[in-house]
Design a protein around this ligand. Structure first.
Ligand code: 4AZ
Length: 841
């Protein structure tokens, strides 16, 4: 199809909107029309001019900010190795002529490298060599730059490139190798230069050299400060740094007070060994090892908080870079260098295990901590252990690796930054036909007791002990895991199967929930602000408190009013109209100055100060006899059965008892500064204590004089009658009691994490011996429990308000840690009124 021929087009071809508008105006009055056209033209000119002015202004602004604005001040720090100059001691002294001579040459090398690059040269402000160390001579330096903001990235890139370009250069008679440079905190760099809080320490052979934060221990360290300690050892040595006391501001993500330890003499990020904040109990092994004979410790603080700081000491040890071993015995142990101190960076250790004869070998890693926050635990690119081409890293619970031959090679590798405590392992040889004599062999190679097979618990860690089981008549089968669990776990309100299959078809019909008093209520009535249960259960976990009729499940305010909220006491919310749920007297308890959750290194020793309410009660003849808990500055709570006269000893006589508070190690009870000793002024056991059933097993003791609270001595909170410690909650038992049934007591305070067990289930296991004043805790599968000598001590529950509550008092049990025989504790909530009536607390 052809287009129509257009000979004359009355409309201009332009699509300029303004011209179009002009054309479409009604042309009735030509004069008016002309005037208006002029006006419009003026408007157009105005707009064009305004646009021009705006673009010039914008251009000027861009030019100002990009080209003329305050330049960025940048500091780089790094090191380079001079390979053709031998190290001499004078290099350690910045005032020596040798230091001056070499630093001039190194500075020249650096400046010439900078000048050769147009992205760096024009921006150099200064370049200073700060220190030298052995190897052959490692030179540390700080370089300052002033660069326009728009050229900052180019400078960073060029500095990165420079590392590669300057590798292995020969200039000014120096052979230079391993050149590194990283941006650093300019304020930290200034500290190095102004010497205000900058210390240089050289270890003396065989002597511990101490250093502390300024003012320690009498004054808190200062806010907004930067300090650094440059540590040196003799040539051919490494540094072993140990923080004896570490009490800093609690850790805050990406800010707050931080202590950083570098495997270098300058603050280079890729040489960080550890960044520390918060408080560590003295028993935590805060020990670090360098790769060379230098280390740097820096302190950066923010503008808030008053904290004591740290006390550190360091020694030198001969440098040995070889580690690992040829292991030829049938069994043995091995660990990362300096375990349980942090292993050194930049190490490779190989253990070559060859067990005798036709035996096979397996390794059990008892402790395994190779954690680097940024590293992926799947590929383990940083620190790792490698066995049969498989890498292991991160923080792992005990595990076993077995080999199908008599040989196994274990390779450990640490990179240049961030070290951890490492591993401790044992190796064993086994008969390939019978890897676990009289035991069950897990798929992983681990051996477990035969009774633990098909018991409903994943004892192997890989569930191989619970697969292909035939459930006994006392068991039922969980749907997802297919585990066989004890039948009394059904319908107990606890999801034991993990998929809830043990809690379906229970007494409450579908869409109904169970009250604590056993009643069922429709689930939509939960949190409807009406007490449908009659005991407040359905309104107790709704965030707010509802006044309701008083029952044993409700909290009673001082006014006499009762509220529905679960465990409202000291939760930081004023739930009672009279605020009596947040009374200071009842809430200043259960605090742990050393709140850091530490790793258990070597067994189940408690950390120092971890259980500051734990008391050891001694008699002259028996020594440590029972535990107790501090509940105020003068009152201890313990078990009545500890104070029953027996075999010629008048245990009921208060004068025979001595209480040790703040105690950790029984052997140092008269030597340690943190331990306080008190005699007992008054002792009262519950009148209803039954020495046959152990019902009402509670007593209180009054100290002859009050104790002052310290980091190691604090009272535990007494829970209200209505306080609920839910079944299956994890809870801690502590004491110096026997470590095996019939065994001897522990010297160091022990701790064990156990779980609260359903009262009905426990009563079945203990053949009806429980009274309402007892609670059970432990494991049905056994293994972890309190034992003789722990009696009277606390069952401590860490609650969501961060405080620790006395949930129970160690009372009795059928033996210790036996299967199906959990420990029994005096139920403190049931004794709340007795405590109040007798002690006024
Ligand atoms: C005791 O004899 C004792 N397994 C304390 C607790 C337990 C057993 C015995 C619990 O003091």
């Amino acid at each position: 199809m052809k287009e129509p021929d257009i000979k004359y087009n009355p409309r201009p071809q332009s699509f300029n909107g303004i011209e179009e508008m002009v054309e479409f105006l009604p042309a009735t009055d030509t004069k008016k029309m002309e005037k208006m056209t002029i006006k419009r033209k003026l408007v157009i000119v105005g707009i064009v001019c305004a646009a021009a002015v705006i673009s010039v202004a914008v251009g000027l602004l861009v030019w100002h900010f990009a080209y003329r604005s305050a330049p960025v001040y940048k500091v780089y720090t790094g090191s380079l190795t001079v390979t053709n100059v031998p190290f001499v001691e004078a290099f350690e002294d910045p005032t020596s002529p040798q230091f001056a001579d070499l630093s001039v040459k190194v500075t020249e090398v650096l400046l010439s490298a900078y000048r050769s690059d147009p992205a760096i040269g024009p921006h150099v402000v200064s370049c200073n060599v700060t220190a030298f160390s052995e190897g052959s001579v490692i030179s540390y330096y700080l370089s300052e730059f002033r660069v326009p903001a728009y050229k900052e990235v180019a400078l960073d890139n060029a500095m990165n490139e420079l590392k590669v370009k300057t590798a292995k250069v020969r200039q000014f008679s120096l052979a230079v190798d391993t050149f590194v440079a990283y941006p650093t905190d300019p304020q930290m760099a200034r500290t190095f230069q102004d010497n205000k809080c900058s210390y240089f320490l050289h270890s003396s052979p065989g002597v511990e050299t101490q250093f502390t934060t300024p003012g320690f221990p009498n004054f808190p360290y200062r806010p907004n400060s930067r300090c650094q300690w440059a540590l040196r050892a003799d040539a051919g040595h490494m540094i072993l740094l140990h923080f004896k006391t570490f009490k800093m501001e609690a850790c805050k993500p990406n800010k707050g007070d931080v202590v950083t330890v570098y495997d270098s003499l300058t603050a280079m990020e890729p040489r960080v060994l550890v960044k520390l904040c918060g408080s560590y109990p003295p028993s935590y092994n805060l020990t670090f090892v360098s790769s060379q004979n230098v280390m740097l410790v820096t302190l950066v603080t923010d503008n808030v908080g008053k904290h004591p700081g740290f006390l550190a000491e360091f020694t030198q040890i001969p440098r040995e870079t070889l580690c690992g071993a040829q292991l030829k015995d049938a069994s043995g142990v091995f660990s990362t260098p300096f375990y349980p101190a942090h292993y050194p960076p930049n190490r490779e250790c190989i253990w070559d295990i060859q067990v005798p004869g036709n035996q096979h070998v397996k390794v059990r890693f008892l402790m395994f901590y190779l954690l680097e926050a940024s590293a992926l635990v799947t590929s383990c690119p940083k620190d790792y252990v490698e066995i049969n081409n498989q890498r292991y890293c991160g923080e792992r619970t005990p595990f076993v690796v077995s080999s199908n031959s008599s040989r196994m090679i274990i390779r450990f590798r640490s990179d240049q930054s961030y070290t951890d405590t490492g591993f401790m392992a044992e190796y064993l040889s086994y008969e390939p036909q019978n890897p676990c004599p009289d035991q069950f062999t897990c798929k992983s190679g681990r051996c477990i007791d035969l009774v633990r097979k098909c018991d409903g618990w994943n004892d192997c860690g890989d569930s191989s002990d619970e697969s292909s089981c035939t459930c006994s008549t006392q068991q039922f089968r969980c749907k997802t895991s297919q585990f066989c669990k004890p039948k009394f776990f059904m319908c107990d309100g606890v999801n034991d199967c993990g998929d809830g299959t043990d809690e379906v078809d229970c007494k409450c019909p579908d869409k109904y929930l169970k009250c604590r008093n056993g009643k069922c209520f429709p689930q939509e009535q939960k949190c409807d602000r009406t007490d449908n249960c009659g005991d407040g259960t359905d309104e107790s976990e709704c965030g707010d408190a509802l006044v309701t009729t008083c029952t044993e499940n409700t909290f009673k305010c001082d006014s006499g009013e009762c509220i529905t909220k679960l465990n409202p006491q000291c939760d930081g919310v004023k739930d009672c109209a009279d605020m009596s749920d947040e009374k200071e007297a009842a809430c200043s308890c259960g605090k742990r100055p050393y709140s850091r959750k530490t790793r258990i290194v070597g067994g189940v020793n408690a950390d120092i100060g971890e259980w500051p309410w734990q008391v050891s009660l001694h008699t002259p003849k028996e020594g440590h006899t029972c535990g107790a808990s501090l509940v105020s500055s003068t009152i201890l709570v313990s078990a009545a059965h500890c104070f029953q006269d027996a075999s010629g000893v008048r245990f009921s006589d208060p004068s025979i008892w001595t209480a040790y508070l703040g105690l950790h190690d029984q052997a140092s009870r008269t030597k340690s500064d943190s331990v306080v000793q008190r005699k007992i002024k008054k002792l009262l056991a519950h009148r209803g204590f039954n020495d046959y059933t152990y019902d009402n097993d509670i007593a209180y003791l009054e100290l002859d004089s009050p104790v002052t609270y310290t980091d190691f001595i604090q009272p535990i909170c007494i829970p209200d009658t209505s306080h609920v410690f839910p079944v299956s909650k994890s809870i801690w038992v502590t004491g110096w009691g026997a470590q095996t049934e019939g065994g001897t007591g522990a010297q160091i305070l022990q701790k064990a994490e156990i779980r609260i067990i359903n009262q009905t289930e426990c009563n079945v296991l203990l053949e009806g011996q429980l009274t309402p004043r007892m609670i059970c805790a432990g494991y049905v599968s056994g293994g972890i429990d309190a034992c003789q000598g722990d009696s009277g001590g606390p069952l401590s529950s860490v609650e969501s308000n961060g405080k620790v509550y006395l949930a129970g008092i160690v009372s009795w049990g059928e033996g210790c840690a036996r299967r199906n025989k959990p420990g029994v504790y005096t139920k403190v909530t049931a004794m709340r009124d007795w405590i109040r009536q007798n002690t006024g607390l």
